[in-house]
Design a protein around this ligand. Structure first.
Ligand code: 3PG
Ligand code: MG
Length: 398
């Protein structure tokens, strides 16, 4: 990865720092239900304040089509303030123009402002140079700490980075360091664990990753497509039959590239996906015609655990079963615990990301045990597809 400037290399004393954050956090009834992204942003703000900067935080929130009070960033003022030790956060009810200028102008060194949702302005998603210039007038330097939005070529992420001296924030830096340690210069053997519902949404990821890792374990409903492609019975399981040839092609490519593939050896099945249904654990060649595969079975968990024991690095995206509906969370939870145990014992460097995966790790109570859990969903996936992320590219080119 080309080098990017870090906070340490940026002179920010007295300066107005435009800080692109990702405050797109889950909110219910006006309350933040998961503050992880805010907490992970806080050290960057604190580092800037300690250097005497005036910090202007900007972010998108939701997917509004123009100004929409229900998607205002105002409810984030208090949680943000709390995350930075109770320091006040001034709010600008617009992200550009006279209101934003007034709030930023009143900022003293060591103070923080939050601008209204960038997506209220259509220039943001259009990567409009005019809008980027309007944002640029509010700052002297630019810091991007929104790795989780780095896959969006939007004005505050792409165009703006070229208008001011730019650097990566601490969270952006930590994300890029972790991802680099997992796939760019990893300790081998490297294992990937990929789950989730559909092969179709992870085709690019699978094709890229088999060229990078030594072994790939596939779980979740997407494994059913591979099992079907191998001529095994999958009953009424979720399965993309039209992708059978693609799945076979991935298996062939993997073999050619020296990437061992682990598919489930057994399955927990049921006739319906519902809590408390009667389940049957069967060998992978014995899935009943009227049943669905809803989780991996104990033999599969043991095989994944053994592969993890033999690996030094793990990249994980996607649960291996329908984990939102117990008891089909068992396989995912057992694997999460194994990953945590090996990481704690310093035998494994583990990096995980994606909304469902992060939720599964939290449910297993092991989030803090992994080497790194990304705050990103879509950006983490695109990175696993080997794509250039506009937000990262803008930083390295500026
Ligand atoms: C996310 O939550 O994945 C990022 O904030 C990006 O949001 P978006 O998918 O609406 O662009
Ligand atoms: Mg998203």
């Amino acid at each position: 990865m080309p080098r990017f400037r870090t906070l340490d290399e940026l002179d920010v004393a007295q300066k107005r720092v435009l800080l692109r954050a990702d405050l797109n956090v889950p909110v219910k009834d006006g309350k933040v239900t998961d503050a992880t992204r805010i907490e992970r942003l806080a050290p960057t703000i604190e580092a800037l304040l300690a250097k005497g900067a005036r910090v202007v935080v900007m972010s998108h929130f939701g997917r509004p089509k123009g100004p929409d009070p229900s998607q205002s960033l105002r409810p984030l003022v208090e949680p943000l303030s709390r995350a930075i030790g109770g320091r006040p956060v001034h709010f600008a009810a617009d992200c550009v123009g006279p209101e934003a200028e007034r709030v930023v102008k009143a900022l003293r060194p060591g103070e923080v402002a939050l601008l209204e949702n960038l997506r209220f302005d259509k220039g943001e998603e259009a990567n409009d140079p005019e809008f980027a210039r309007a944002l640029a007038t509010l700052g002297d330097v630019y810091v991007d700490d929104a790795f989780s939005a780095a896959h969006r070529a939007h004005a505050s992420i792409a165009a703006l980075a070229h208008l001011l001296p730019a650097a990566a924030g601490k969270l952006m830096q930590a994300e890029l360091d972790a991802l680099g340690a997992a796939l760019e210069h990893p300790q081998r053997p490297v294992m990937a664990l990929v789950g989730g519902a559909k092969v179709s949404t992870k085709l690019d990821l699978l094709k890229f990753i088999i060229g990078k890792v030594d072994r790939l374990a596939i779980g979740g409903a997407m494994a059913n497509t591979f099992l079907f492609a191998q001529g095994r019975p999958v009953g009424r399981s979720l399965c993309e039959a039209d992708l059978a040839a693609t799945a076979r092609d991935i298996l062939t490519q993997a073999e050619r590239r020296g990437c061992a593939i682990l598919l489930p050896q057994d399955a927990v099945t049921a006739e319906a996906l519902a809590p408390g249904v009667v389940t049957r654990t069967v060998g992978i060649n014995a899935v009943p015609m009227n049943a669905m595969i809803l989780d991996v079975g104990p033999a599969s968990v043991a095989a994944v655990a053994a592969a993890l024991e033999e690996s030094r690095t793990l990249v994980w995206n996607g649960p291996v079963g329908a984990f939102e509906t117990p008891p089909f969370d068992r396989g995912t939870l057992a694997i999460a615990k194994k990953v945590a145990e090996l990481t704690r014992a310093k035998k494994l460097l583990s990096v995980a990301g994606g909304g469902d995966t992060v939720a599964a790790l939290a449910a297993a109570g092991v989030t803090d045990d992994l080497t790194y859990v990304s705050t990103a969903g879509g950006a983490f996936l695109e990175w696993l597809e080997g794509r250039e992320l506009p937000g990262v590219a803008a930083l390295t080119a500026s």
